[in-house]
Design a protein. Structure first.
Length: 266
């Protein structure tokens, strides 16, 4: 049984053990995903991963799936219709206030699961600030946290370059929401990433070094990756791999001793 935060009563929260209970919050985005994917892609994937991970965890530990935060920081996509965004400052403030509310419920373990590549920096700052403010164990994760599935059917180059609406993301949406995918518009959207990698030794769009970019810099269609080769079977492989990894992470967080979170001894 999946327990959703919003389905509980105040009395239910009073019965929870803060040492074991984990709150899991999906972080998404509403932003353009090229001509073939809906603007809801990141929010849909984040929510589905959390729900499916919770189903794997089952009754093993007390896990609460929180309401999905669908709108994120998508300022790099502002020149494309349909994109909704907060500024980084607004988003950090919003997530901090949610963390404050979790702390007021006497819970000490919070996981942010992020589905959008434009906001992990905000998530990392938020996790640290909630630790400082509330002595919480606050953990950030994403689908990339668990690497590629063993024997991944997606080539290494595509995994490296397909960062937005490419083969993997399109395959996942074909598996989760096939009715929302327009494969007749899917294409090989490789553009800036392989070009930069070929021309330069250290300079990268993302990776070991990082440049500020907007979506139209990647490709005229604001995508990066070969979406034309997407397949729902590939999506199923990735969903299974990520949800199993997330479920294991949640279990590890549940057994992490809060005694290791402490103030400095004077």
């Amino acid at each position: 049984m999946i327990t959703r935060w919003q389905d509980m009563t105040t009395n239910d929260f009073q019965k929870l053990d803060p040492e074991q209970t984990v709150a899991l919050i999906p972080l998404g985005a509403i932003e353009q995903h090229g001509p073939h994917l809906p603007v809801s892609t990141d929010a849909t994937i984040a929510e589905e991963m959390c729900i499916r991970a919770a189903a794997i965890v089952g009754e093993d530990i007390p896990l609460l799936v929180m309401p999905t935060q669908s709108v994120g920081k998508s300022t790099e996509h502002l020149q494309f219709e349909g994109t909704l965004t907060h500024t980084a400052e607004t988003l950090l403030h919003s997530w901090m206030e949610i963390g404050d509310s979790v702390a007021r419920a006497h819970l000490k373990k919070l996981v942010f699961f992020n589905g959008h590549g434009g906001q992990p920096q905000v998530m990392e700052i938020c996790c640290r600030e909630l630790r400082i403010k509330h002595n919480m164990l606050c953990v950030g994760a994403s689908g990339w946290s668990f690497g590629a599935p063993p024997d991944s059917p997606v080539p290494a180059d595509e995994r490296r370059w397909g960062i937005h609406a490419g083969k993997v993301e399109t395959s996942i949406m074909l598996y989760l929401r096939p009715n929302l995918v327009h494969m007749e518009h899917a294409d090989n959207f490789h553009g800036l990433l392989p070009q930069v990698e070929e021309e330069f030794t250290h300079l990268r769009v993302i990776g070991s070094t990082y440049m500020g970019w907007q979506a139209q810099d990647l490709h005229p269609d604001a995508c990066s990756g070969n979406a034309s080769e997407a397949d729902p079977e590939i999506g199923e492989i990735y969903v299974k791999h990520i949800t199993e990894g997330l479920a294991e992470l949640v279990k590890e967080i549940s057994r992490y001793p809060l005694s290791r979170i402490r103030d400095r001894e004077k």
